[in-house]
Ligand binder design. Sequence first.
Ligand code: BGC
Length: 736
Amino acid sequence: MKIKSILPVLGLMALIACTPKQDLPVYQDESRDLDERVADALSRMTTEEKIAIIHAQSKFSSPGVPRLGIPELWTTDGPHGIRPEVLWDEWDQAGWTNDSIVAFPALTCLAATWNPEMAALYGKSIGEEARYREKDVLLGPGVNIARTPLNGRNFEYMGEDPYLAGEMVVPYIREVQKNGVACCVKHYCLNNEETYRHTIDVDLDDRALYEIYLPAFKKAVQEGGSWSIMASYNLYRGQHVCHNERLLNGILKGEWGFDGAVVTDWGGCHDTWEAIHNGLDLEFGTWTDGLTMGRTNSYDSYYMAAPYLELIREGKVGTEELDEKASRVLKLIMRTAMKSGKPFGEINSEAHYSAARRIAGEGIVLLRNENSNLPLADGVRKILVVGENAVKMMTVGGGSSSLKVQKEISPLAGIRARAEAAGAVVEWERGYVGDTGGNYNGVSTGQDLSESRSAGQLIADAVAKAAEADHVIFVGGLNKSNHQDCEGKDREQLGLPYAQDELIEALAKVNSHLTVVLVSGNPVAMPWVEDVPSIVQAWYIGSEAGEAIADVLFGDVNPSGKLPFSFPLALGDSPAHQEGMNFPNDGKCFYGEGILVGYRWFDAKGIDVLFPFGHGLSYTSFEYSPLAVSRGRSGAVANVSLVLRNTGDRAGAEVVQLYIGDDESSVLRPVKELKGFRKVWLEAGEEAEVKFEIGEEDLQFFDADEHCWKAEAGSFTVYVGSSATDIRCTASFDYK
Ligand code: BGC
């Protein structure tokens, strides 16, 4: 290009560069410091405008400041896909036709990948979907610790271990927020059961609080940089968490320096005075019906609306707290809705479906596989699939995480497509009737699951066909209906519902090539475990369920998922179900097991489990070398390394898990605690060195009396293995 011809272009560029920023008010000038912009916006707002932005104006939005061009803030559930649009003031569907999306695997499945790269891919993909749907705040992810296998919402969380949940939540948040969409990490905190979530008053010792229930939230805030957090429904030490002085002002904002906005769970605020003083920033609701019930029940009547304004007008409270709340909400708006140059996002793209399938493929856990029953052999010609969960759509139901999907491939459809491509035939028998519903807030699966056969007949029909098949695949489990993995309603038993045990036992009797695929977000009891050669934990996978399950059953994907929580043999073995723990509980509940949650409890008490935390098999095998431990450099206490070898005949991945135990301590400590993990991919016969660096914080416990973290001098043991009970090598080192 000649110099002459580019002169006009250069001139235009110079003009753009010189456009005076002075034309923009400070709060709109994105080149200015965020706090400066917030202060400027605040200085232009009336008290009424400040009050308006700290509470909802509709089911999912807050108003912004129209007069100043400060946009509304739109939130959405979360956490597995972007919720369909509801009416302004109703939970019913708005009836849009452009809000069907991709359902990603439930967070239990993500946690089961034990792969932070999958968490990043998840965050990127769901963040893009939120952005395309023009949402500013994604209500998720959830990191409440799985204290009991009966918690109806465990499927929305990342398991029983704070380290695993913390490592997985950080990349999710970072990637979502790159889209200019905030995460709202939930439900902070101690929301560990559902049925009495509004009334349960949790108490526990500080060690359990700091060592078990808080670390994942802390990482979400400090490392993930979450721009908002959702306070939970329950009470802690007699005060609702949505306005709990210690948890919000003391720990979250004080000790951790959280600079984002604290949002209520919907309807979680109960007291204006406490809300004003105890750290709440933004109130959302559930039971408002301002359109039909008038002012008494409208958004103006929220605790942080007219009642707050009245207290200010009467001079009973000042405006210092209001300014603080409005500033945090303004900051949230500036980081999201008011941010320019955001990516545009996308929904239902090939990339998102393939992300969902990849994450699922890495999260499905092969629990048991005797006699190489899986993967399905080439010679298998007649496959019988049994079970309602093989056909039932699972993306509708379960509570606020319910979705309206563009597509959902059922397990039966996925298995059938893959089998037929290999020249096999697939038949289906229902076997049992579970939940024939398929409707949530007006989204309907459109499936007719009515059944006229009796329970006995259903079993007889399935058994008759099973006897003739080369391989039987039972797909059952739970189903997100009331008490079967569902918000607001805990499970009532560890066992499988709908007489599935009887059916599985009957199938096992007539066909030794049986695979049980469990669709659930929680552990279930398996009285038939010894009679079933292969068992697969398939979670709630979402849009790509059938394809991902088929990938694993047929060996196109070598399973590499590991359990994010222990499967107890019996409910009574679980720490939260000991005498006096009182589950479920609608009053005071003291977490008597303290820090001994999940495998920490089973280790301490020497209780055998059905499948341990961290367990998951592969179609190949791995050999661990002994550990090499060396003195740490540059701040590390010790360096640990080993060589991992794929000794089987196909490529696969192993999750090498590192646990640490304090050999002698002045306080009770778990036998061992997860402090590191690496997912390692190896070709058949390949080996790789796996390294870990142990830091001082990996040795610490929380000293409740002195309110600080402490590592005591002495000997520590490193346990490295393939699950919490399959430890392949150990070594010791001294600290100090
Ligand atoms: C749930 C939250 C959810 C909110 C909005 C509440 O009932 O507990 O997780 O984000 O509703 O749907």
